[in-house]
Design a binder for this molecule. Sequence first.
Ligand code: BES
Ligand code: MN
Ligand code: ZN
Length: 504
Amino acid sequence: MRLTVTAKEGGSTKADALVLFVSAKDLKKEAGKLLKNLGADEGALHDFKASAGEVALAYRPASGKSASRIFLAGIGDGDKADDYRKAAEAAARKAVELKLDVLALDCSAAGQWAKQSKRKPEELAAILAEAVQYGAYRFDRLKSGKLDKKKEEESRSKKIGELVFAGCGEQREAIEKGANAGMIVGSCQSATRDLVNLPGNHLSAEDLARAAVEAGERGGFEVTVFDKQKITELKMGGLLAVNKGSEQPPTFTIMDYKPAGKAKKTIALVGKGVTFDSGGISLKPAQGMEEMKSDMAGAACVIGAVEAAARLGLPVRVIGLVPSTDNMPSGSAQKPGDVITTMSGITVEVGNTDAEGRLILADALTYASQEYNPDVIIDLATLTGACIVALGYQVAGLFSNDDDLAERLYESGQASGERVWRLPLWDEYAELIKSDVADVHNSGGRGAGTISAAKFLEKFIDGHKRWAHVDIAGPAFPAKGGAKVSGATGFGVRLLVDLLKSWS
Ligand code: BES
Ligand code: MN
Ligand code: ZN
C-alpha cells in the first residue's frame, strides 16, 4: 500500500473514495453541509448514527478525477483513539469489499480530533494508517483461482493500492511522520497475521525461521538460526522433547536489532513457535484442532515487533527469541510421565504432552537470561485454553514480577487497543505444579490453568527481576463468532511497539 500525504483538500483529491470522519455530535450540524458542499447525495444520512465503526455511502456525479464515492465513517464521540481506529478499519474493509484502489481520508479536522482524543496529530495519523491496513487485510494467498479464475484474480489484485491523507493543511508534516510510522507497524502486523494464518503444511519450524531471516533483511538486523545439532549442543531439552514426535527438525531463531546510537534499554522478546499443536500423545480432540495452526502466534508477533522496532529506528536494543517445532504424536514422541532435563538443568515431569508450549519457552527463557542478561524479558504465547475461559477472545492475560512493567504493558494495551489484564503470580499457585519425581510438573490440573502455566515459566527466568508473560491464546486467533475478525489478528505487534516506544 503506497502512502500519499497532501495539504490539498479532500474534495478535489484524486481517489476512488473519500472518507469523511463524522462524530455523533457533528452529525446534525455538519454532515449535511459537508455532503452538500461536495455535491453528494444527503440521503446517505437517513439511517446513519455515526457510531464508531459505522460506515454509510454517499455518491456524487463523477467529476473529472475527484472521488465519486463518499464514505461517512462514524467516530462516535471521537474522544478515544479507538473511535478513529474503528472508523478507519471499517472504511478500509468497505473499500476492499468494493475493490477500490485509491482510498483518501479527509484530514481537515485532524487538529480537532487530536484535541478531543488527547493525542498528537502524529499519533492519530499513525493509528489511522495502521487501522486502514488492518481493515484491508485479506488472507488469500492460498487461493489458486482454479475454480473461478476471473473472479478470483479480480478480487486478489484489489486490496487498496494507495492511501491518501488529504486536506492536511498545517498538520501536513506531523501527519506525514505519523502515517509513515503507522504504515510500518501496519505492514509488520499484516506479515504477522500471514504467518499465523498459514497452516501446518505451509509453515514448518524452518519456514518460520526463514520468515525471521526475511524480516531481518527488510529491517536491517541480524538473524541467527540454530539447527537441531546446535540445539542439541546447547542441551535445550524442552524443545528437543516436544520435537521428538516430529518428522521435521526444530529451530531456534535469534533476531538482534541494535539501534544506531547507544541503546536506552535491552529488551528480550520470546515467542512460542509451535507450528502445529496436535497435543502429542495427549492428543487433542478433533473438534477445533485445526485452529492449532495458530500456536506460533507468539513467535509471529515477536518477529513482527522486532521488524517494526528496527524499521522505526527505536533507540532500544530488541532481541527476539523464537523456539519452534510442531507437537506431534508418533512412535518416537515423548510420553506422558517422561522426565526431561531442560537447558537450565531443571528437570520436568511431562504429565501432559499437550502442555508443550511451556517446555520450549523454558529453554528460550533460560537462553535469554543467560546469554543476554537483558533489562526486560517479555514472552508471548498462545499458552492456555484456560486463558480464553477467563478473559475471552478480546483480552490477553498478563503476568509480571515487576509492577512498573505490568503498568506499562497495561497502558500500552489501552493505547494500542490490544488490551491485557493482569493475573496474580502468588506462590500458593506453585503448589499446583509440584512433582513427586522431578523438580517441577508441566501441568497444573484443572483450576487456574493460566496461572499455573505462568508459575511454571517463572521457574526458568533465573531470578530475573523484570519479566512479563502475556498469554495471547484468546486474542491471537479468535474462534468464529468470538470477535469481529476471524482468523489471525496479529495481536501483540502494536502492543509491543507501543511498549518499546515508552522507553524511547
Ligand atoms: N496451544 C495450547 C493452548 C491453546 C488452546 C491456545 C486453545 C489457543 C486455543 C496449549 O499448548 C495447550 O494445549 N494447553 C493446555 C494445557 C494443559 C494440558 C495443562 C490447555 O490449555 O488445555
Ligand atoms: Mn498444547
Ligand atoms: Zn500449544
